[in-house]
Ligand binder design. Structure first.
Ligand SMILES: Cc1ncc(C[n+]2csc(CCOP(=O)(O)OP(=O)(O)O)c2C)c(N)n1
Ligand SMILES: [Mg+2]
Length: 551
């Protein structure tokens, strides 16, 4: 290889192989054809999707679940712009990803300005780094740098634009930059001592587990910490499931920002050890004057916000830093369980109406029945809609990354693609996408991709013939119920037209057996279930207003 000439696209693909890339998701255009040919001759698979947005959601989810950047590819202008939402999803959600887009040649201008958009500028605010590759000589370093930047805390997306003349240009350059492991620094002893003193001096401590706590490499260390110190914990939506085995210390999930049952505990705490909270999430509680002391434990320092301004920080590699903090606490922490008696009451509310036979089904029953058919290691991937709040509050998890939801960009349309990625990575585990009838239809064309890839995947569609969450907000704000309803296709026939299987649930007792049968038979299934969203107002507004006074 060293003396023979290769093309820029060959060098790019070689550099991607060097990073361990096995699959690239996307929709190529003519400007990517050299790359497509180089991929054909490589070990990397090209997985075409039916919309670039879905490819980006899949690549981002690969990054989220593995810690290594997922890679997606598109053409210039229109295809690249279809990546925008996926880039923002990965940026806000801290998911490592590389987006590669084509461009017309930059040395000549044979098609004038046809299809040309300044994609690098459009990607700059949506990524950690966005660069055009302007010579073959720089490909090895720029690819290595892209992977470093994408993976490094706080992880996120990186965009590379490869113009077609650079992709097709022959080069004598073929040496690649090998990746090496990077060990992050552990928190400073002074910061650990300060945090330990605050925790030892507190009377009613709580741990809050945030989004960064779900990083794949952190699962064991975080669970060890909770087990060793035995401080009760709650989590943010994206921190859900990060603690394994500490379930008798679990106090609930802060799916709303205030006045939910879990806030009874939060409001009484005098200290919150916030592990990996990322303020991209809708606030799990609102800090104000006179509230609890907050210690931020994170890979990077805390952002200061009007609603979140920690008093102390433990910054560094979170796993080893937590072990050192536990060393300082173990045996000295007398009794950290002051708030634990509230636990039974908080969690007790979640069982309300969870087995009721009403049809259409209550959201509580849907969450309950899903939990019945999903084993501990099964993965539930949510799109965005009203049910996200119900799943976040009511669905119990025992393993890290078994409830994937997006409380950062909170975009509709990612439920199905993220579940497809989870199913590709974990073919032996049950994977369920839960989507509203609005969000599902935003990327439902990927049913074809899922069938073509022979995935085992069940998609649960909650039917209310409406953009239910917005309707709920409309009602809370005392607006008239207007403008947010729509019709749906026949989901059974819709599934069958893709070569998938469909099922329409028509009784409360019918949901769990329908899901069970779908998982048993394998392949791609759509299960559609009508949902009764009158519970949104009854529980999430009226009941909470009565039961939990403003903190
Ligand atoms: C791409 C996108 N468009 C719009 C919104 C605003 N939005 C949030 S939830 C929602 C309604 C979701 O409807 P559906 O998927 O049917 O779920 P439901 O709330 O009805 O269960 C809308 C429009 C969004 N978050 N993302
Ligand atoms: Mg809906």
């Amino acid at each position: 290889m060293s003396s023979s000439k290769i093309k820029g696209s060959d060098l790019l693909v070689k550099a991607l192989e060097n990073e361990g890339v096995e699959r690239i998701f996307g929709v190529p255009g003519e400007e990517n054809l050299d790359v497509v040919e180089s991929l054909r001759c490589s070990k990397i698979d090209l997985v075409v999707t039916r919309h670039e947005q879905a490819a980006a959601f899949m690549a981002a989810t690969y990054g989220r679940l593995t810690g290594h950047p997922g890679v997606c590819i598109s053409t210039l202008g229109p295809g690249a712009l279809n990546f925008s939402t996926g880039a923002a999803y990965a940026l806000l959600g801290a998911m490592p990803m590389i987006l590669i887009t084509g461009q017309k040649g930059i040395l000549t201008s044979k098609q004038a300005r046809f299809q040309i958009v300044d994609v690098v500028s459009s990607m700059t605010p949506l990524t950690k780094m966005a660069r055009q590759i302007i010579s073959t000589a720089t490909i090895p370093t720029i690819v290595r740098e892209a992977f470093r930047v994408a993976s490094q805390e706080r992880p996120g997306p990186v965009h590379l634009e490869l113009p077609e003349d650079i992709a097709g240009e022959e080069t004598g350059q073929s040496s690649i930059v090998a990746p090496h492991p990077i060990d992050l620094p552990v928190a400073h002893p002074a910061a650990l001592d300060r945090a330990a003193a605050m925790i030892l001096g507190s009377e009613r401590p709580l741990i809050m587990v945030g989004a960064a706590a779900s990083r794949p490499r952190l699962a064991d260390a975080l669970s060890d910490f909770v087990r060793r110190v035995r401080i009760p914990f709650f989590n943010t939506q994206m921190g859900k499931g990060a603690v394994a085995g500490g379930s008798n210390l679990y106090m609930g999930t802060a799916a709303l920002s205030e006045r939910d049952y879990v806030h009874e505990a939060i409001d009484r705490a005098d200290l919150i050890v916030s592990i990996g909270h990322d303020t991209v999430e809708k606030p799990p509680f609102i800090m104000g004057p006179g509230g609890p002391q907050v210690i931020h434990v994170g890979y990077v320092p805390a952002a200061v916000e009007a609603v979140f301004f920690p008093h102390a920080e433990v910054v560094g590699d979170v796993g080893p830093s937590l072990a050192l903090l536990a060393d300082r606490l173990e045996g000295r922490l007398k009794d950290a369980s002051a708030l634990l008696p509230l636990r039974e009451r908080i969690l007790g509310h979640l069982a309300d109406r969870a087995t009721e036979s009403r049809f259409p089904l209550t959201p509580q029953r849907i969450v309950h029945d899903v939990r019945q058919v999903i084993p501990e290691d099964g993965i539930v991937c949510l799109d965005n809609g009203m049910y996200k709040i119900w799943f976040a509050r009511n669905y119990r998890t025992r393993l890290a990354n078994t409830l994937l939801l997006d409380n950062a960009l909170a975009t509709m349309g990612a439920g199905l693609p993220s579940a497809m990625m989870a199913s590709m990575l974990h073919p032996a585990r049950r994977v369920l996408a839960v989507c509203g009838d609005g969000g599902f239809m935003m990327n439902s064309q990927e049913m074809e991709t899922a069938v073509r890839l022979r995935l085992n995947l069940v998609v649960l569609i909650l039917q209310d013939n409406a953009y239910g969450m917005i309707r709920w907000k409309q009602a809370i704000d005392s607006f008239a119920d207007w403008g947010l309803t729509f019709g749906n296709p026949d989901f059974l026939k819709y599934a069958e037209s893709y070569g998938a299987k469909g099922c329409q649930v028509d009784s409360a007792e019918g949901l769990a057996p329908a899901l069970e049968a779908a998982f048993k038979s394998g392949g791609v299934h759509l299960v559609a279930v009508p949902v009764d969203y009158s519970e949104n107002i009854r529980v999430l507004v009226e009941e909470l207003r009565r039961a939990v006074p403003a903190g």
